[in-house]
Design a protein around this ligand. Structure first.
Ligand SMILES: [Zn+2]
Length: 246
């Protein structure tokens, strides 16, 4: 039995069998002679019993898929994708709930000052959550600092989870309100309702990137260039409205 892992050449995609000790060092592809650094993102090593016990605690589904995940060139990214996906379950459920029908909601008239205060509060709350989330993603998921082992992968999931819960709460709260009648407040309210679904989409994209990177050995750039994605694109418009209204 060999611990060699399969690494595709970045240029010609020829699969090379690489011994774990060469991870992180420069190799030459025997087919196209391209020299490249083998990223130390995997390694044909199995997980320790402690690693598996740690995963079993909250990510039994990842453990169930380990056999397949460990054959991937960048298996650590595969485990990370699974762990992050689990930590976002509540958020996913909240986004996917189909029983909320905006059309049937009551339209209410509300005081301008009250609406402005509420929207100000929403902006502050949302920024606080997403700034925190972004800091974590930048610190944990950049090219030089991807979680190097199972304990740090699980720890990464554990620090991201509270932010996902806060996003869920924000979303649920925003949806529990009555829709005000009349623009621009109604328009602003609808914008705010879209923030969390958009953030969710970005998080989902991140997980898909990780999955793909783990399978295709693609230490891809997109993954690390995701710094501003949680910032709602309609923020400037909202600020513009607020300025006029105040
Ligand atoms: Zn090659």
């Amino acid at each position: 039995m060999t611990d060699d892992i399969q690494v595709p050449c970045p240029r010609c995609k020829q699969l090379l069998m690489v011994a774990p000790k060469y991870l992180g060092s420069e190799l030459e592809c025997p087919q196209c002679r391209t020299r490249f650094i083998v990223p130390d993102g995997g390694g044909g090593v199995g997980l320790s019993d402690e690693d598996i016990a740690l995963l079993q605690r909250r990510d039994a589904d990842v453990v169930a898929r380990l056999e397949e995940i460990l054959t991937r060139p960048l298996w650590r990214y595969g485990i990370l994708a699974g762990v992050l996906s689990n930590r976002m379950q509540l958020l996913r459920k909240s986004i996917c709930r189909q029983d909320r029908q905006q059309g049937s909601r009551v339209m209410v008239l509300r005081k301008k000052t009250k609406m402005i205060a509420e929207i100000d509060q929403d902006i502050a709350n949302y920024c606080k959550i997403t700034n925190g989330l972004q800091d974590i993603l930048i610190n944990h998921l950049n090219k030089d600092r991807m979680p190097p082992d199972v304990p740090s992968i699980v720890a990464c999931g554990d620090v991201i989870e509270p932010y996902c819960i806060q996003l869920t709460e924000f979303h649920e709260e925003a949806y529990s309100r009555d829709l005000v009648s009349g623009d621009p407040f109604q328009q602003m309210q609808l914008m705010i309702l879209n923030w969390v679904p958009n953030a969710w989409q970005s998080l989902n994209t991140l997980i898909n990137h990780l999955e793909r990177a783990s399978k295709e050995y693609d230490d891809n750039k997109e993954l690390y260039a995701m710094s501003n994605i949680y910032f709602p694109h309609d923020f400037p418009l909202l600020h513009h409205y607020m300025k006029i209204l105040k």
